[in-house]
Ligand binder design. Structure first.
Ligand SMILES: NC(=O)c1ccc[n+]([C@@H]2O[C@H](COP(=O)([O-])OP(=O)(O)OC[C@H]3O[C@@H](n4cnc5c(N)ncnc54)[C@H](O)[C@@H]3O)[C@@H](O)[C@H]2O)c1
Length: 268
């Protein structure tokens, strides 16, 4: 399928690692210029790697909780790469602690997760929306999770933040619709990334050494229990959905939470 994204500009917040990095490459493979925003300094190397696809790239080492820095990055992107057409917010952090029950966490474990996962998404939308609505063209995509739909106990602040993302996405979809801008959310199932590795570490830290599964065993056991297809989702499968949603083939999809999750959560 020709997605016709050639020459368009995509911004990937959280593009230095995990799914964001794979999504940046997927946009570049479709011929789109890519701006990568991330607090991790490796973002510069990733931008160079993505440029290997023969597209223009730009990197900005920014923490998404820093709104003025995001605004400055947005101006740089418009000036150097051109009109931003797609904004993908993949940034997400865990609390670093397991739930079961939630009072195993301290109230002070919650605000940073909200600040990055929710306020970071709001800041990013604020930083980029104005020229997009003036041009009456574009898409926003926010990363939520199945955890936000099922009251997942694994990491309570994370689950609550992912539910909040869905609400913000729906508000944005309504507010942007008159400007021909779509907003959607992706809810991945279980994808092997640095974030998933961290969740494995805190979820298994208290087990005796001889009972602790390997990372691959833990992933296989969990996905086998939770999702009807029993398969991990690959980063590339997520990226394929992201570029499809950015394309005009998805012109009538807005306000949706799309689960790419091996059948973990089902809607009708
Ligand atoms: N991996 C999974 O199984 C899974 C499942 C469901 C949802 N998700 C969601 O998908 C998204 C991508 O997840 P991932 O697994 O690729 O994560 P990851 O940890 O591998 O990558 C997240 C990126 O966000 C960046 N980041 C973190 N805090 C930041 C901040 N304050 N400012 C700027 N950048 C920041 C990190 O440096 C990193 O590059 C996240 O929103 C996550 O919650 C992941």
């Amino acid at each position: 399928m020709n997605l016709e994204l050639t020459g368009q500009v995509a911004v990937i917040a959280g593009g230095a690692n995990g799914m964001g990095r794979t999504i940046a490459k997927a946009f570049a493979a479709e011929g789109a210029g890519v701006a990568l925003i991330d607090r991790d300094p490796v973002v510069e190397d990733v931008a160079q790697e993505v440029a290997g696809h023969g597209v223009e790239t730009l990197s900005a080492q920014v923490d998404v909780t820093d709104f003025p820095a995001l605004q400055a990055a947005a101006t740089r992107v418009e000036e150097n790469l051109g009109a931003v057409r797609h904004v993908v917010f993949t940034v997400g952090i865990d609390s670093g602690k397991g739930g079961f029950p939630f009072w195993n966490l301290d109230p002070s474990d919650w605000p940073r997760v909200y600040d990055v996962n929710v306020q970071g998404a709001v800041n990013t939308a604020h930083a980029f929306y104005a020229p997009m609505i003036a041009r009456r063209q574009g898409t926003f995509l926010f990363f939520s999770s199945v955890a936000g739909q099922i009251g997942s106990q694994t990491d309570p602040p994370y689950s609550v933040s992912k539910a909040a993302i869905l609400s913000f996405m729906q508000i944005a979809a309504k507010d942007f619709a008159a400007y021909n801008i779509r907003a959607n959310a992706i809810c991945p199932g279980m994808v092997q990334t640095p974030l998933q590795q961290r969740i494995y570490q805190f979820s298994t830290a208290d087990l005796p050494d001889d009972e602790r599964p390997t990372y691959d065993e833990w992933c296989a056991q969990k996905i086998g229990r939770m999702a009807v297809l029993g398969r991990l989702v690959s980063q590339e499968e997520i990226a394929a959905m992201v570029v499809f949603l950015a394309s005009e083939h998805a012109r009538n999809i807005t306000g949706q939470a799309l689960n790419v999750d091996s059948g973990w959560v089902m809607h009708w």
